[in-house]
Design a protein around this ligand. Sequence first.
Ligand SMILES: Nc1ncnc2c1ncn2[C@@H]1O[C@H](COP(=O)(O)OP(=O)(O)OP(=O)(O)O)[C@@H](O)[C@H]1O
Ligand SMILES: [Mg+2]
Length: 426
Amino acid sequence: MSDQPIRIFISGACAGLAEARDALASHADIELVGTSSEAAKAGGKLASTGAQVVLHAVQHAETVPVDEIARIREHTAAPIILLVTQGSPNLFDEAVTLGLNDVLLLPQFSDNLVFTVKKAHSMGSMSAGGAANGTRRSTDTSRVITLFSPKGGVGKTVLATNMAAMYAKRLKKRTLLIDLDLQFGDAAIMLSADPRSTILDLVMSHGELDSDKLSGFVTHHESGLHVLPAPLRPEDADLVTEDRLASVLMAAKQAYDIVIIDTAPNFTSTVLTALDKTDELLLVASLEATSLKSVKVCIQTLEMLHYPLERCHVVLNRADTRVGLRKDQVEATLGKSIRFGVPSNKAVPSAINRGVPVVMTEPKSDVTRAIRELCVALSPEAAALESAAPAARLSRRERKQLANAAPHQLAASAPGEELRLDLDAA
Ligand SMILES: Nc1ncnc2c1ncn2[C@@H]1O[C@H](COP(=O)(O)OP(=O)(O)OP(=O)(O)O)[C@@H](O)[C@H]1O
Ligand SMILES: [Mg+2]
């Protein structure tokens, strides 16, 4: 466990809350990072503060205030403690069934409050895969997804940031985006995330690099996504050594459901370290001869390195561009099938200029649908979470639209079939 104070956020209102808040805020092991009297208004404030434990107060609770908790859950996966001044006998059981960490009846002695916060934090770290007590969550369902292309400008960062936002916001996955374009990484800019610290600060910090340490260095994005940005100065890239990076990736895999890695367009030792920890490698290509040639060389290099090619999938970005190439021609050139396609959409550059992922600005666009399908294909259980999470509930009309949407998984199309939207009509 780190010796840093536990960051807590207090929402809601009830009698005795002011005293509890003061007792917690004045304790050396606790840092009060924010308050909001209404759960609905905690929103982005809650996400950006990086709270590790949330205490939500309600005056009378016959039952758990499910809507209020759902609003909090939209912005954080941190453990939640319910504070009440009056509650029903079944409240605790109901709260635990609904995934809350604890219920406290106010007033309480200061020591009890601090103990409950510490317990919730420690349980939260453990269930988030933290290394507390050496107990680790099974990493079976956690996925490290790396986006790579030896050619620049093909859309790696656009896809990485949007997939990460999609997993965090809509598919309700604990998601970390790591920018491994260590010299010129721009993932934080695309998300207009103001870095608290970068991967350089993390690897230069003293002591063991575990998931608890990692949590103190990530930047929180309003989508719920955590970001580990690239160093601010290109000359610092070399300070991120392979062994420290390997520890960062191990810690990330333990603490998050999904880890998305954006990379620089070169086969560096950093990329090789990332590949070693990668579950699904997305090779991003565009419909240009130079891009296709680099992806082909990349696949050959991976074969030489005995990299398991079944983990490697080609994503054709801007797949609907009219250049007169058929899917089978592209696949024949690459010697590998194209598994996913993402269409070109002018909303993408405009979202980049606004610093908001296009999946958030244009949730119903073709590009968002394609990115969602890509995310769900790589983490099928995510779709179940999306439908289970109240915050992610879609309207009937939206469900119908999604159900009728043409799939973007190009692998589903027959060999020889044209790439989507008449590629050979140009
Ligand atoms: N699906 C898309 N539709 C429209 N424009 C796109 C799409 N994908 C990418 N772009 C455009 O391509 C540009 C380059 O994308 P991006 O920065 O993601 O490439 P990259 O592969 O990360 O480049 P680098 O290797 O230099 O880091 C973006 O600024 C965006 O304008
Ligand atoms: Mg990039």
